[in-house]
Design a protein around this ligand. Structure first.
Ligand code: UN1
Length: 512
């Protein structure tokens, strides 16, 4: 059993997960065990078995699609504010279960409790946002060039949104997509990561009461299964007009072309390789905390994790020294243990990836300033690592999903921006400076090329109110706030002639 003090079995039971039996890997308003074989979920904190699910098969996928489609026929004509009311109740249900769900996220994914709770808060926040949005979803009106004509655009639901989520934000990223999709009038089919099936099931359990009470079971569907049985069918399925996928760039390069081959839409939120720039005039106290949280938080397994620290020469030695000292105080351990800031990696494969990267850093001439070891204890623990490397260090162009921070020295702002942008990914970026001029240059069109650019704030921990996503190999998708909702709807341009003539646009004459 785990070395934390909570009763895991009771926690699971409160979330509708049975530790002693196979749990449903399928939900379309009914929870059912699939025929796809048992998938056991273990805590990366100590390897202890949490529970298992009976995975969905292709036949279950078919059923979920059918349920979604028939529910969509009704859901799409429900007034958007009424759809928002259902999402509002979902937010309330999440509030009620925040503590338990946050703890389960911590247990199953390995992030520390405060981050697990933060993840559920992110779901609540996007629910609130979506409720407000349900009374907006604005279109524009235009002036027609023709007399007695009116033009406007309106937004309609598109149908079934396929959501492929990753282990690192096992529930929040689903909610960014699903809650927007619901108020937009869409239905969802969720394929969660096979590494975190229980959190997905628990979310469906928590929200099922709301759907039942409101008569809207079937808008939210779940298939826990492998790529063969549920992943690939979804990519190729014309009945899924939008596939929203979160994961590695490698995965995105499969998903994007495959969905595009049927001219479907995909919304990709892929890898990052985020740099934090610290200029000589920066407030180093702020930069220090932002870097440590950005690089070590979630054990370096956020797509927004700070992977490169680009420090200007004048403060490089001082900041690096302080950072190494602060790493020494970071407690590594089980996600639910008090005081722990760095939990485990997701699994032993991730530990191996970390170990391989450390070996390559050494072989390629990088200097490990602290960390560099996997811990010899049960669970998937590694030491947060700082490596000093030259600015052209090849490995630093890859995203290694682990707490490895590359420190590079830069001459000036131009140098920093060039190096920051010189990676395949383009998700998040940050600069620490007290100069307005420097900050604005960083934010200008010739500055950061990322989807997120922050000043005196780290690269990770974005709020839901802004659009989230990035450029280049990060995939170009935008989720969560701002006008990200538009991805979940189809735009219709309407021109209405209320006159008694039929004038043609562009002055074309056609007399019959
Ligand atoms: C992710 O890592 O896939 O900005 C999402 C952040 C979080 C979301 C990260 N709000 O770090």
């Amino acid at each position: 059993m785990s070395d934390h003090k909570i009763d895991v079995k009771a926690l699971l039971a409160r979330l509708g997960v049975d530790a002693d039996a196979q749990n449903p890997g399928f939900y379309d308003g009914r929870f059912e065990n699939g025929e796809g074989g048992e998938l056991v979920s273990c805590s990366p904190g100590d390897g202890a078995r949490l529970a298992s699910v009976a995975q969905a098969t292709r036949a279950d996928y078919e059923r979920a699609i059918e349920t979604g489609l028939s529910t969509f026929e009704r859901w799409r004509t429900e007034p958007a504010p009424a759809r928002g009311e259902v999402v509002r109740q979902m937010g309330e249900a999440l509030r009620e279960h925040k503590d338990d769900l946050g703890a389960l996220v911590a247990l199953e994914m390995g992030k520390v409790l405060s981050e697990g709770l933060g993840e559920v808060q992110e779901m609540i926040d996007i629910a609130d946002f979506a409720v407000g949005l349900s009374r907006q979803l604005y279109g524009l009106t235009m002036h027609s060039e023709r007399p007695n004509h009116r033009m406007y655009e309106q937004w309609h639901p598109i149908g079934t949104v396929g959501i492929i989520s990753a282990f690192n934000f096992p529930v929040a990223v689903w909610s960014w997509n699903a809650f927007l999709a619901f108020v937009c009038g869409d239905v969802c089919l969720w394929k969660p990561s096979e590494k975190t099936p229980l959190t997905a099931l628990a979310v469906c359990r928590v929200l099922d009461g709301v759907l039942e009470r409101n008569g809207w079971r079937g808008i939210s569907n779940l298939v826990i299964g492998d790529v063969d049985q549920v992943g690939e069918p979804m990519l190729d399925d014309r009945r899924v007009p939008l596939v929203s996928a979160t994961g590695s760039c490698r995965m995105g390069k499969i998903v994007g072309p495959r969905v595009a081959a049927r001219l479907g839409r995909s919304l990709l939120e892929l890898g990052g390789n985020n740099a934090l720039i610290v200029m000589d005039d920066a407030d180093l106290d702020l930069a220090l905390v932002a870097t440590a949280f950005g690089a070590v938080g979630t054990a370096g397994q956020r797509c927004t994790t700070t992977r490169r620290l680009l420090v200007q020469k004048g403060v490089a030695a001082q900041l690096t020294e302080r950072l190494v000292a602060s790493y020494a105080s970071i407690k590594i351990g089980p996600p639910l243990e008090a005081g722990v800031l760095c939990g485990p990696l997701i699994d032993q494969d991730a530990v191996q990836t970390y170990t391989d990267a450390i070996a390559r850093i050494r072989a390629d001439g990088g200097e490990i300033l602290c960390g560099g070891n996997a811990l010899d204890r049960p669970g998937c623990y590694v030491e947060p690592t700082i490596a000093r490397v030259p600015t052209d260090f090849a490995l630093a162009k890859d995203e290694t999903f682990a707490p490895i921070l590359y420190v590079m020295e830069i001459d000036d702002l131009d140098d920093a921006i060039r190096i920051q942008n010189d990676v395949p990914q383009g998700l998040s970026s940050a600069i620490f400076t007290d100069s307005v001029r420097t900050a604005e240059r960083f934010l200008s069109a010739a500055g950061s090329d990322c989807g997120i650019a922050n000043v005196n704030i780290g690269t990770s921990g974005a709020e839901i109110g802004g659009a989230f996503g990035g450029e280049k190999e990060t995939g170009g998708g935008r989720e969560a706030g701002s006008d990200a909702w538009k991805a979940y709807m189809r735009r219709q341009t309407c021109t209405i002639n209320w006159g008694t003539d039929l004038p043609l646009a562009q002055g074309v004459e056609f007399d019959v």
